[in-house]
Design a protein around this ligand. Structure first.
Ligand SMILES: CC(C)(COP(=O)(O)OP(=O)(O)OC[C@H]1O[C@@H](n2cnc3c(N)ncnc32)[C@H](O)[C@@H]1OP(=O)(O)O)[C@@H](O)C(=O)NCCC(=O)NCCS
Length: 117
């Protein structure tokens, strides 16, 4: 996890979206713009809200809110989290690279091009 100062520095270049149910934050995602690439980070949905499409909606919202200079999106996830990989594949992401982080954990880089309307 980042320390608070690193998080603050990172978010100066980015956008945080939250999903709210009543007074409760039930999901969130961050978009960090790195030149023409929109980095999708920290997608998370509260356990009791998972499996209802909220993660997918947050991901789409982060893509749509990206400024015009963003022409592709990238994100990383754990290679063993089949659920997460399925979500991203369904949203159009393809595996770009995979590297072993530890003997048991792969880090997978996924990406997709932005579609222009
Ligand atoms: C990953 C995460 C954000 C997904 O959010 P979500 O709201 O549950 O996602 P969705 O409801 O949009 O589901 C999209 C797809 O994910 C998969 N999925 C979601 N819930 C699932 C479940 N209970 N069982 C199996 N697959 C599931 C399915 O492929 C699903 O597609 P489908 O609805 O067409 O079957 C959420 O599970 C989460 O917060 N996990 C912990 C944090 C994390 O791992 N974040 C990702 C960092 S890379």
């Amino acid at each position: 996890m980042d320390d608070p100062a690193a998080t603050a520095a990172r978010l100066q270049r980015g956008i945080v979206l939250k999903a709210v149910a009543g007074t409760r934050i039930v999901g969130s995602v961050q978009l960090v713009v790195d030149d023409a690439v929109g980095l999708i980070e920290r997608l998370i949905v509260a356990p009791d809200w998972q499996g209802r499409g909220l993660g997918t909606r947050l991901l789409r919202a982060a893509e749509q809110i990206a400024p015009a200079e963003v022409t592709s999106y990238a994100l990383t996830t754990g290679g063993r989290s089949e659920r997460n990989l399925a979500l991203y594949r369904k949203a159009g992401y393809r595996e770009l690279s995979r590297e072993a982080q530890t003997p048991k954990v792969d880090l997978v880089l996924l990406g997709k091009r932005r579609r222009r309307k």
